[in-house]
Design a protein. Structure first.
Length: 292
């Protein structure tokens, strides 16, 4: 498949590499152009603008940080829409506002371009290993056309509804993760302060009802007080902002997510926004006397 890929951040670069190694014809573009070089060395071609990246492509994938970024790379002065052919598909795998997603889809439809919103969960590990969970909004017949590419990126590719539904599902995902990160941080602090064998406790917890991806993959960070990047705290905080806005619009109370968003805001303000989101444990460890 002829694919254009815009956005080569922590996850996007790994996803693009998987598509390239799977044999797809790949053109890449990133705002910081140096990030294109590793993929070019593997056989990709680079484009100077999103529009150039989208030219003569069957599929264009965007994977950028926030709602304004997607608007710019899709509909901006050098946006992908200017290069996309009629009948091609844009799949936005960023995490952005569901409302904006629907507006983008309507604008693309005026150019006879189809759109899917397909945000992902699974962190940098999932991006590298092709084990992401991909939540897709849009028409099922459009998904069928691009599924061969998405199957390279995800362990599960699930159609969850009409355009924008993928973003709503991702908001739900981030709300659940917010509480999970916070509770695992609290549990690890309690275990460590009590002086029990925390590794044995982790094995026991992992075999019971407390088992989770966060417990398995991030409890070690929390115990060590070290937070190597998997998913940036500032981006999770941004995602919670999207979820909180959706909840307000729908009249749904999500107090745990609101509390975690406040904690993450504090961490970002203190300069920890580019650490992994497991650094929520910084707050718990400090208040528990485990860190200075």
């Amino acid at each position: 498949m002829r694919i254009g890929f815009v956005g080569l951040g922590t996850m996007g670069a790994k996803m693009a590499e998987r598509l390239l190694k799977a044999g797809h014809d790949l053109v890449v573009h990133n705002r910081t152009r140096a990030k294109e070089e590793q993929l070019v060395a593997l056989g990709a071609r680079r484009a100077a603008t999103p529009a150039e990246c989208a030219a003569q492509r069957d599929l264009v994938i965007t994977m950028v940080a926030d709602t304004p970024d997607v608007q710019a790379v899709v509909l901006g002065d050098e946006g992908a829409v200017l290069g996309m052919e009629k009948g091609s598909v844009l799949v936005d795998m960023s995490t952005i506002s569901p409302t904006t997603t629907r507006r983008l889809a309507a604008a693309l439809a005026e150019h006879d371009v189809d759109m899917l919103d397909a945000p992902v969960s699974g962190g940098s590990e999932g991006a590298a290993n092709g084990t992401l969970s991909i939540m897709v909004g849009g028409e099922e017949k459009v998904l069928a056309r691009v599924r061969p590419a998405l199957d390279v990126l995800g362990k599960t590719v699930t159609h969850v509804g009409s355009i924008g539904a993928g973003q709503v599902a991702k908001a739900v995902n981030q709300v659940i993760l917010a509480g999970t990160y916070a509770s695992v941080a609290e549990g690890m602090a309690l275990a460590q302060a009590a002086g029990i064998d925390v590794q044995a406790a982790l094995r026991a917890l992992g075999g019971g009802a407390a088992a989770s991806w966060v417990l398995e993959n991030r409890a070690g960070n929390m115990l060590a007080g070290n937070y190597p990047l998997g998913f940036r705290t500032r981006l999770h905080r941004k995602d919670l902002g999207i979820a909180l806005a959706a909840a307000r619009d729908l009249g749904v109370a999500i107090p745990v997510a609101a509390f975690v968003e406040q904690l993450e805001t504090s961490l970002v303000t203190q300069g920890f926004g580019d650490e992994d989101v497991s650094n929520i444990a910084r707050v718990v460890r400090r208040q528990s006397g485990l860190d200075e």
